[in-house]
Design a protein around this ligand. Structure first.
Ligand code: ZN
Ligand code: ZN
Length: 264
């Protein structure tokens, strides 16, 4: 290639390799016109002919053989825009795609328990029920904290739509029988003996519970099992709510993604 002739070379992958030499010795011919050109050429060849027409094509370098070359990125030292925050990722715009990749395809995990955080649907709640033996007693409730001031009014409203019972200490009681104050109540939406054929009824109850519970519901499975569900981006077990990821969350240039403690 150019003035490089009769050269055999082994260059290790996953290492930093520096090519030095006097002016005109062929450093650029090796780095750009040979290694980069071949890496880019082979990468472009993996695309369909249609996609290829939009990509930069490079001439095949004059070499007998190149083996094991991955797709390549080249940044020339003449690139004009450079700041102290530039990286290979920003200059090639790869970080923009990585940010999108994490935002759109990333799986959020709870920072406390490590479980995946996904908005739960009645379908997923049903999956938890399906494993139960037929005839198991289940109670479906939603959490509710009425303000003391307008409790009487709230009870009236709830009774009107048939939600007049609450679940407390494993028992179902009328909602009137609760202390004044900011106590969190579990309002009963449905109580049933589990049958797989009750799917429709259970789904209706789950949807109602999610709606009145602002996205939260609880399942009480006799004798003493309790499961919490949330259709928000939230770990129902740890009660930690997460905001939907945005690309800036993954940007090292944005305070949104920074650590609150060290700003890193
Ligand atoms: Zn958690
Ligand atoms: Zn930190």
């Amino acid at each position: 290639q150019n003035n490089l002739k009769n050269l055999n070379l082994d260059i290790p992958l996953n290492n930093i390799t520096v090519i030095t030499g006097v002016s005109g010795s062929g450093k650029s011919s090796l780095a750009f016109d040979t290694l980069y050109a071949e890496g880019q050429r082979r990468y472009v060849e993996t695309f369909s002919p249609y996609a290829r027409q939009f990509m930069e094509r490079m001439d095949r370098p004059e070499v007998d053989r190149i083996e094991g070359i991955p797709p390549a990125i080249a940044i020339e030292n003449t690139s004009s825009v450079r700041t102290s925050r530039s990286t290979v990722g920003t200059m090639t715009e790869i970080t923009d795609y990585v940010k999108l990749l994490y935002t759109r395809l990333g799986q959020l995990h709870c920072r406390q328990c490590g479980n995946p955080v996904v908005p739960e649907t009645p379908e997923q709640v049903w999956n938890a029920l399906e494993v139960l033996a037929q005839g198991t007693e289940i109670v479906i409730t939603f959490p509710f904290s009425p303000k003391p001031a307008n409790q009487a009014q709230v009870w009236k409203e709830l009774r009107k739509i048939g939600l007049d019972r609450r679940y407390v200490d494993g028992q179902i009681k009328p909602i009137e029988e609760c202390k004044q104050g900011n106590e969190k109540l579990n309002i009963v939406v449905d109580r049933l003996l589990f049958k797989p054929s009750d799917r429709k009824r259970v789904f209706d109850s789950l949807e109602q519970a999610f709606r009145f519970g602002a996205g939260h519901l609880d399942l009480w499975i006799k004798p003493d099992k309790h499961l919490s569900f949330s259709n928000q981006l939230e770990c129902a077990r740890c009660k930690i709510t997460y905001t939907r990821p945005t690309p800036n969350l993954f940007s090292f240039n944005s305070p949104i993604g920074a650590c609150e403690t060290c700003r890193g």
